[in-house]
Design a protein around this ligand. Structure first.
Ligand SMILES: NC(=O)C1=CN([C@@H]2O[C@H](COP(=O)(O)OP(=O)(O)OC[C@H]3O[C@@H](n4cnc5c(N)ncnc54)[C@H](O)[C@@H]3O)[C@@H](O)[C@H]2O)C=CC1
Ligand SMILES: NCC(=O)COP(=O)(O)O
Length: 354
C-alpha cells in the first residue's frame, strides 16, 4: 500500500511532519528557527505537529517574522511563506509549564506528537516525520517507559527489526544498543543483536544511500579488540560469530576492529558505515566531527523518520540561543529519503524494510 502511494505521489513536494519534541526544551525554538530559513521550504512542505500555543510562544520569543496558523484538515495543508502550519493533537491547550524542567505533562505531550505523526504517516497524510528532541526523563514521568523514540516508533508501527543510525560528516553509524546502562551492556550484546545491527546497516546503506555493496566496519568492544582474550573475550565469543553469520548472508562486514582506530578509518573512506556496539562508542566520534549537523534516522520502519542529533538542552531552553543546524539537516535528509522511496517505487526496485 505504501508503495502504491509512493508511486502515485509522483513529484508532489513531500509533506514532512515535524514533531515539536518536549515543549520545555529547545525543540519549539529550533523548529521556529529552521522554518524561518527559505532554503528549507524549497522542494518540500512542512507541518509542525505540536502544541499551538507553545509554537506561538517560540515564534514570539524569537521575534520571528513567521506566524503560526492552526491546521484543521491535514489533507489540505497549505501555507504562505510567512506561515507555520501547526497541527495540534492535544485535547487541551498546553500553556502552563516550566521551561527547562522535566514534567509529566510535557513528557506525555511529546509522546502525543510522535503518536500523531505516526498515525498521519501510516495514513499517507504526511510523507515522513522529522522529530525535535524529547526528554526521556519527562517521557518516563508522563508514564511512557521507552528508552527513546526508536523503541516507541517500533512499537507504534509494530515493527520487529528496527535500529538507530546516526550520520554526521563522513560517518554513518548503526548502533547495536541504544540507551543502556554500561553495566548491562555485555548481556545485551548477543550474536542476534549484532547480526541485526549489521543487517540494518547494510539495508540502510543500500536503500537510503544507494551504495550497491556497502563495506561495513564492525567495532570491537574491548581495548585492542581484546588482544586474543587478554582484555575480554566478547570479540571471539559474540562479535566474530555475528560477523560470520552476516557474511553468510552476503554482507561485507569486517572482523571486530579496535574501536579507537576504526572510526578514523571510516572517516577517511575505508568503510561506508560502522556498526557501533553502544551509544557513546559511536556518538563520541560523531559529535566530535559533526555535532550540530548530525542526523539520526530510524532504520526498519515502514515510514520515514529522521531526527536531530541533540537533546532538549534544558540549560539553554527559552534563551533563544539554540542552533537549528541539525534539524535543518534532518529535514533535508527526510525530503531526500521520500524522493528515493518514490523513485524506487516507480522503478519497482525497493525491497520493503520489514
Ligand atoms: N533526538 C532526541 O530526542 C534526543 C533526546 N535527548 C534527550 O535530551 C535530554 C538532555 O540530554 P543531554 O545529554 O544533556 O544532551 P543535550 O544535547 O540536550 O545537551 C548537551 C549540551 O549541548 C548543548 N546543546 C544541545 N543542543 C544544542 C543546540 N541545538 N544549540 C546549542 N547548544 C546545544 C546543551 O546546551 C548542552 O550543553 C535527555 O533527556 C536526552 O535523553 C538527547 C539526544 C537526542
Ligand atoms: N542519543 C540519541 C538519542 O537520544 C535519540 O534516540 P531516539 O529518541 O531517536 O531513540
Amino acid at each position: 500500500m505504501a508503495r502504491d502511494r509512493d508511486r502515485i505521489a509522483g513529484d508532489r513536494p513531500p509533506l514532512l511532519g515535524i514533531t515539536m519534541g518536549d515543549p520545555a526544551g529547545i525543540g519549539p525554538e529550533v523548529v521556529a528557527k529552521a522554518l524561518a530559513k527559505a532554503s528549507v521550504r524549497r522542494g518540500c512542505r512542512l507541518l509542525v505537529i505540536g502544541s499551538f500555543p507553545v509554537m506561538e510562544r517560540a515564534l514570539k520569543l524569537l521575534r520571528s517574522p513567521l506566524k503560526a496558523v492552526k491546521v484543521t484538515d491535514v489533507g489540505l495543508v497549505s501555507a504562505g511563506p510567512k506561515q507555520v502550519p501547526v497541527w495540534d493533537p492535544l485535547p487541551q491547550p498546553l500553556d502552563s509549564f516550566e521551561i527547562g524542567k522535566a514534567a509529566p505533562e510535557t513528557g506525555a505531550a511529546s509522546v502525543s506528537f510522535i503518536t500523531e505523526a505516526v498515525r498521519l504517516a501510516e495514513a499517507g497524510l504526511i510523507d515522513a516525520m522529522v522529530t525535535a528532541p524529547i526528554n526521556k526523563e519527562a517521557m518516563h514521568m508522563g508514564g511512557y517507559r521507552y528508552p527513546g523514540h526508536t523503541e516507541l516508533l517500533a512499537d507504534l508501527t509494530k515493527s520487529t527489526e528496527v535500529g538507530m543510525m546516526i550520520l554526521g560528516g563522513p560517518l554513518k553509524i548503526m548502533f547495536t544498543t541504544t540507551h543502556v546502562a554500561l553495566r548491562e551492556l555485555p548481556e545485551k550484546l548477543t550474536v542476534t543483536a549484532i547480526v541485526k545491527a549489521i543487517r540494518l546497516a547494510d539495508l540502510a546503506l543500500r536503500e537510503s544511500f544507494c551504495i550497491r555493496k556497502p563495506r561495513i566496519g564492525v567495532a570491537a568492544l574491548n581495548p585492542h579488540a581484546g588482544e586474543h582474550g587478554l582484555f575480554g573475550d566478547e570479540e571471539q565469543t559474540t562479535i566474530q560469530p555475528a560477523v560470520a553469520q552476516a557474511r553468510l548472508a552476503g554482507i561485507d562486514a569486517s572482523d571486530p576492529l579496535p574501536a579507537d582506530t576504526l572510526f578514523g578509518k571510516a572517516a577517511r573512506g575505508a568503510y561506508d558505515g560502522v556498526v557501533a556496539l553502544y551509544h557513546d562508542q559511536g556518538l563520541i566520534p560523531l559529535k566530535l566531527v559533526a555535532f550540530g549537523t548530525c542526523v539520526n534516522m530510524t532504520v526498519g520502519l515502514p515510514i520515514i523518520r529522521t531526527s536531530v542529533d541533540h537533546g532538549t538542552a534544558y540549560d539553554i531552553a527559552g534563551r533563544g540561543v539554540a542552533e537549528p543546524g541539525s534539524l535543518l539537516e534532518a529535514i533535508k535528509l527526510a525530503a531526500q529519503l521520500v524522493r528515493i522511496r518514490r523513485q524506487a517505487a516507480r522503478t519497482g526496485s525497493r525491497r520493503t524494510s520489514r
